[in-house]
Design a protein around this ligand. Structure first.
Ligand code: HEC
Length: 206
C-alpha cells in the first residue's frame, strides 16, 4: 500500500470513529423525516458493506458518518479543482526537509545504527508521500510513478530494517534504488539557479 492509500484509509476512518460518541443523537427511524431518502440511501450503503460483525450501535454511527459525508461541506478539492492544494512552495519546503532526512538515513546505515535508519526511512516516506498530490494535480504521471518507486524502495528498506538480524548486504541496492528515483525526477523537474545555486521547480517541464 502506498502512502496516499494509507492516508486515505485514515481519513475515511476518522469521521466514523469521531462520530461514534454522537451516535445516540442520531435520527432513530431511517424511514421518517425530511432526510428519509438520504437515510434510506445511507442504509443501503451500510447494508451493501455487509458489516455483519458490527453492533447496531456501530452501524448507526457508520450511517451517521455516511450521511455526514453525503450532506456535509464538500472537501476543498471538490469545491474548486483548480485551486492548488499542494503548491510549488509546499514542494520546495518538503524537499528541503526530505534531503537532510535521506542524508541522515544514509549516515545511520553507514554507522550500522539501524534504529535511527528506520526512523529516518519512515519519516522520509511520509514526507515524500505527500508530494504525490502535487504531481497528480499537474497530471505528471511519470513523476507520480517515480514517487511510487521511491516509496516502494523506502518500504522495502523499512522491512529489511525491521528484521531482528538485519541483512546488511541487502541494504545497499535499496539505497541505490532510492537515490536513482530522486535523481530521475530531479533530472526532469528540477533546475538550479546559476547565480544563487538554489534549486527550484522547472516550470517549463510541467
Ligand atoms: C517526482 C519528483 C521528485 C522526486 C521523486 C524527488 N524530488 Fe527532490 N525535488 C523535486 C523538485 C521539483 C525539486 C525542486 C523544488 C524546489 O526546491 O523548489 C526538488 C528539490 C529537492 C532538493 C533541493 C531543495 C532546495 O530547494 O534546496 C532536495 C534536497 C531534494 N529535492 C531531495 C530529494 C530526495 C532525497 C529525494 C528522494 C528520496 C527526492 N528529492 C525525490 C522533485 C522530486
Amino acid at each position: 500500500m502506498d502512502g496516499v492509500a494509507s492516508s486515505v484509509t485514515a481519513r475515511l476512518a476518522a469521521p466514523s470513529s469521531s462520530l461514534d460518541g454522537a451516535a445516540p443523537r442520531a435520527p432513530r427511524g431511517p424511514s421518517r423525516g425530511p432526510n428519509a431518502p438520504l437515510l434510506a440511501r445511507g442504509a443501503r450503503i451500510v447494508a451493501r458493506l455487509r458489516l455483519a460483525t458490527q453492533t447496531p450501535r456501530q452501524k448507526t454511527a457508520l450511517l451517521v458518518a455516511l450521511i455526514w459525508g453525503l450532506t456535509g461541506p464538500a472537501p476543498a478539492l471538490a469545491q474548486d479543482t483548480s485551486y492548488p492544494i499542494f503548491t510549488a512552495d509546499h514542494l520546495d519546503a518538503t524537499m528541503k526537509t526530505l534531503g537532510p532526512n535521506v542524508a541522515g538515513l544514509q549516515a545511520a546505515l553507514r554507522d550500522g545504527d539501524y534504529a535511527t535508519a528506520k526512523e529516518r526511512a519512515i519519516r522520509s516516506r511520509e514526507q515524500l508521500a505527500v508530494t504525490m498530490t502535487f504531481w497528480r494535480d499537474h497530471e505528471r504521471d511519470d513523476a507520480v510513478q517515480l514517487v511510487r518507486a521511491v516509496l516502494a524502495e523506502l518500504d522495502a528498506l523499512d522491512r529489511l530494517l525491521s528484521t531482528p538480524e538485519v541483512d546488511a548486504a541487502r541494504l545497499e541496492p535499496r539505497l541505490t534504488g532510492i537515490r536513482n528515483g530522486c535523481q530521475a525526477c530531479h533530472g526532469v523537474y528540477r533546475e538550479q539557479d546559476s547565480a544563487t545555486g538554489e534549486y527550484r521547480l522547472k516550470q517549463s517541464a510541467l
